[in-house]
Every structure is written in C-alpha cells, then in structure tokens.
Design a protein around this ligand. Structure first.
Ligand code: 5GP
Length: 190
C-alpha cells in the first residue's frame, strides 16, 4: 500500500533493537484518514471472506481494528493481557511474549465472544517474531471458529513471524513489508 509506505518513510523512526516507531500516525497519535484507507484496503483484500468478527490484542491493535471493522460491519473483540488468570472455564487463555517489552503475558478472551459459528479476521499493527499473532491463532483454534486470515499493517520481513505464519497455511496480508532498516535507510518488499 503505497500511501502507507510513503508515510513510514516520511515519519517512521528506527530505534535500536529493530524497533520502528510509528507513534506519530499509527499507534499512539493516530491519523484516522490514513487508517480509514487501511480499513478499505483490508476490506478489498478480504472481500471474498465471510468475516463475522475481528480479533486483535490490546493495546495498540484495538484502535486500528475498530476502524477496519467499520468496513466489514462486524464487532471487534480484543484479547486482554491478564494480571492473573481466573480458571473458571469461561475464558480462552494463551501466552504471548511481547517483542517490545520482552515479557511473557497471559492473554485471555471470554468464551461468550468467540465460538464455532464465527469467521475471524485477525488484525494487528506489527508483525515481528509472530508471538502476538500465534497467541491469537491459538485462541481461535480453542474457540472452534474458522480463521479466515490475518491483516497486518507493518510486517518486519527480516524477522521470522511472517514466514512461520504463511508456512502454517494461514492467509496473511501485510500492507507494508519491510525488508531491511537502519538509521539511514529503510527498504520495502514489492
Ligand atoms: P511479535 O509478537 O510479532 O514479535 O510482535 C508483534 C507486536 O509487538 C505488535 O503487536 C507490536 O505491538 C509490537 N512490535 C513489534 N515490533 C515492533 C516495532 O518495530 N515497532 C513497534 N512500534 N511495535 C512493534
């Protein structure tokens, strides 16, 4: 998506540790005009899928997922990072290692919000090593819902998550795939 790539080149900042900061337009301050275009793009890429629910993970996926969901006219449900797990059987649970915080979280989703009748599109801001997406995939499996695919705004193609998820046979659409980045240059896959 050229509009997004241009914006990353203009306003993205590369930080040590292979972190790209896009907090001026995507995941802290949010440019809604751009994110609306992102929503339209995901809708056109997944137009053939009978999506009933969009699933994301807190925190930075939520705002983007809400805008995307307007183009699919379906609810958003987000997996929550839990302090402690209440094992009363009402929650799907999984574990996710955070790329940015280097910490393992328990992640939960109430069973009443996802079930076998659902067709799910996963949405997130970044794909790096794939832990966040793999956690969401695990929750979809546990729910018995059909996973239609995953939509990622920025994939860091030099990290392993994208390959691992495509190798699982999951339809993965990333709007910008970064092949390499340094302080002074950033290149995209075509
Ligand atoms: P993964 O689980 O695929 O390793 O990382 C995905 C999650 O880590 C995303 O939900 C995102 O919040 C965060 N993340 C990973 N890489 C970056 C990055 O380069 N910049 C920012 N801002 N967040 C990232």
């Amino acid at each position: 998506m050229q509009l997004l790539k241009d914006r990353i080149l203009k306003d993205g900042v590369v930080k040590p540790g292979n972190v790209l900061k896009v907090d001026s337009f995507l995941n802290h301050q949010m440019d809604i005009t751009l994110i609306n275009e992102i929503g339209k793009e995901f809708k056109s890429r997944f137009a053939d899928c009978p999506i009933t629910k969009i699933l994301t993970i807190e925190a930075s996926g939520i705002g983007i997922a809400c805008i995307v969901a307007q183009y699919f006219d379906v609810p958003v449900v987000f997996a929550k990072k839990a302090q402690s797990i209440n094992l009363d059987g009402e929650m799907y649970t999984t574990k996710v290692e955070s790329f940015t915080h280097k910490k393992v979280y328990d992640v939960i989703l109430a069973k009443k919000f996802l079930g076998p009748e659902d067709h799910v599109l996963l949405i997130d801001d970044f794909l790096a090593n794939g832990c966040a997406l793999l956690g969401l995939i695990d929750i979809v499996k546990k729910s018995g819902a059909t996973l239609e695919g995953a939509g990622i705004v920025i994939e860091k193609g030099f990290q392993t998550g994208g390959k691992q998820i495509r190798d699982m046979g999951i339809r993965l659409e990333s709007l910008a795939i970064i092949d390499s980045m340094t302080d002074t240059s950033l290149t995209f896959r075509d």
